[in-house]
Ligand binder design. Sequence first.
Ligand SMILES: Cc1cc2nc3c(=O)[nH]c(=O)nc-3n(C[C@H](O)[C@H](O)[C@H](O)COP(=O)(O)OP(=O)(O)OC[C@H]3O[C@@H](n4cnc5c(N)ncnc54)[C@H](O)[C@@H]3O)c2cc1C
Ligand SMILES: Cc1ncc(C[n+]2csc(CCOP(=O)(O)OP(=O)(O)O)c2C)c(N)n1
Ligand SMILES: [Mg+2]
Length: 585
Amino acid sequence: MGTNATTQASNAHLTTPTRLTGAEIVWATLVGEGVTDVFGYPGGAILPVYDALRKFPIHHTLVRHEQGAAHMADGYARASGRVGVAIATSGPGATNLVTGIATAMLDSIPIVCITGNVSSKVLGTDAFQEVDITGVTLPVTKHNFIIHRAEDIAPAIRHAFQIAKSARPGPVLVDITKDAQQATAIFDFEAAKPRPHRVHPMRKIEETGLKQAAELIRNAKRPVILAGHGVIESGAEEQVCALAERAQIPVALTLLGLGAFPASHSLNLGMMGMHGESWVNHSIQEADLLIACGMRFDDRVTGSLSTYATKAKKIHIDVDPAEINKNVKVDVPLIGDLREVLEELLPRISGRDGSAWLKAIETNKGVSAVRDIKNLPDSGHLYAAHVIHDIWRITGGNAIVVTDVGQHQMWEAQYYHHEKSRTLITSGGLGTMGFALPAAIGAKFACPDREVWVIAGDGGFQMTAAELATIAQEGIKINIAIINNGYLGMVRQWQEFFYERNYESTPLVSPDFVKLADAHGLSGLTVRTRGELAGAVETARSAPGTFLLNFKVEKEESVYPMIPAGSALHEMIRRPGVKDPLEES
Ligand SMILES: Cc1cc2nc3c(=O)[nH]c(=O)nc-3n(C[C@H](O)[C@H](O)[C@H](O)COP(=O)(O)OP(=O)(O)OC[C@H]3O[C@@H](n4cnc5c(N)ncnc54)[C@H](O)[C@@H]3O)c2cc1C
Ligand SMILES: Cc1ncc(C[n+]2csc(CCOP(=O)(O)OP(=O)(O)O)c2C)c(N)n1
Ligand SMILES: [Mg+2]
């Protein structure tokens, strides 16, 4: 590293063109992009970048596995709406990021991953720890770059940020050879600004589409708004609410949309799809108009496509033209940013009387709520539903909840009622076990003043439990609830329903989680009864540091309702013994 370059790098954002090493340019560009926190793990091919970090005002969190770094960047992005950043070395460091990158890709999360690679002169020679990471990540990134020259680093990173956060967000990887990190170049932040993107011709909001949509809404008798993750990514919560209230249209949410429309709002139906409430799915099947707002008709949402909402006309508002007619054929596509489209549409919508349809839905609710478990008398058994209900009640619904994947994830969606966007952080599309703990660390860095809860299964928690050491090293406070059912519960449920209860490879022996916390210098408690539950949640909240609660819950409980994969939305498996008026009709 040239002394000149070293002395010229400073803590402030460099506004005048300055000669720096490539490694310094990495940090200087990140500072210019407003980055304050990154998550990573060093190694030989990225060492120049690590060496230069001390000169820049960026906090680096040392993770215990690079998958954790990608999930932390992801959790940071989901909690804040900003771009999350992960850093890794070449070879195994880079490949360890892949699951985290794919998780962000499937849920359209803006993260930028920076990897080191071997020097450009040995690229392609199977050099030590050389992996073609741009090749490996091609299908799971929105875009990726390989950079061989110091002067290309700032433009590539700036471009990566623009791509990650624009239109439909997603992960971008920038792979930088070691010689590019060691060489010097003039760093000029302004000159490295990416050229503005040409607007996609299909992204112009078309007058005819708006007219048709307004007409369909005016004439609909049984409309339903399907609100998805795009509502949050677009920041269109107010507009969706205005549409619902003005036209008296009920709102069903996808898993990733939860929070985008307040759970307590009288027009909120709840979550749709495989584990949605029966009245929500029936409303969709009975609807004569679906207004899909920033959701992509995932198969967990539609069930069998041939029987999906056959009576309904469909309006689909999405920023990504590739989503239009991908799974569900629509009558009126409106391509563009959801908030912008709704702002154009709203003036064309006048009040309508939705009372008959809303009343019919209300009648359908009947006793078909899943919320039955919560009201069971204390029989000495502890159910996950109790745990999540109490965490919701005690936190006033105001915590950021980060879930792992499995039954507990669905119970969280059913029993924690989210009022605001970005209060539920969960891996929906890839369904990545091991996501919760690292993503929660990222969320806490993004929102240090917020109460953050992990809700994880005993299986998934063990996949990334090593990040407890990261928590200890960083001294951050989160609350961890392990829903410990002794099984890979969601898989056990499928075995119970569809594989004649052949519980092959799903019973799970776990370590003593409280001792595991203790080994990291963190506190914890095991909870076995409903009577102990509320006190334990309070104890965790008031503890100064991270606190782990190990909830020993009923082992063979299942998530109801459930639509078997590939079945129609109205063909639900209901909780045994619960009478559902909709089944009888
Ligand atoms: C065990 C398990 C069970 C599940 N069960 C269910 C279930 O019962 N119900 C359920 O809903 N999900 C369920 N899921 C989640 C499911 O797999 C999908 O992840 C989820 O339905 C996707 O929701 P989405 O379409 O709203 O979000 P995404 O997949 O994130 O799609 C967002 C859409 O919004 C668009 N968009 C983004 N930004 C904008 C913008 N600015 N303007 C306009 N459009 C924009 C994107 O182009 C995309 O089409 C489950 C997942 C797991 C792991
Ligand atoms: C990395 C990964 N491997 C496997 C799966 C498949 N899978 C989905 S849910 C699940 C069980 C999760 O068990 P646990 O973490 O204990 O949660 P529970 O369902 O019991 O609440 C498995 C194995 C997955 N989603 N992710
Ligand atoms: Mg489990």
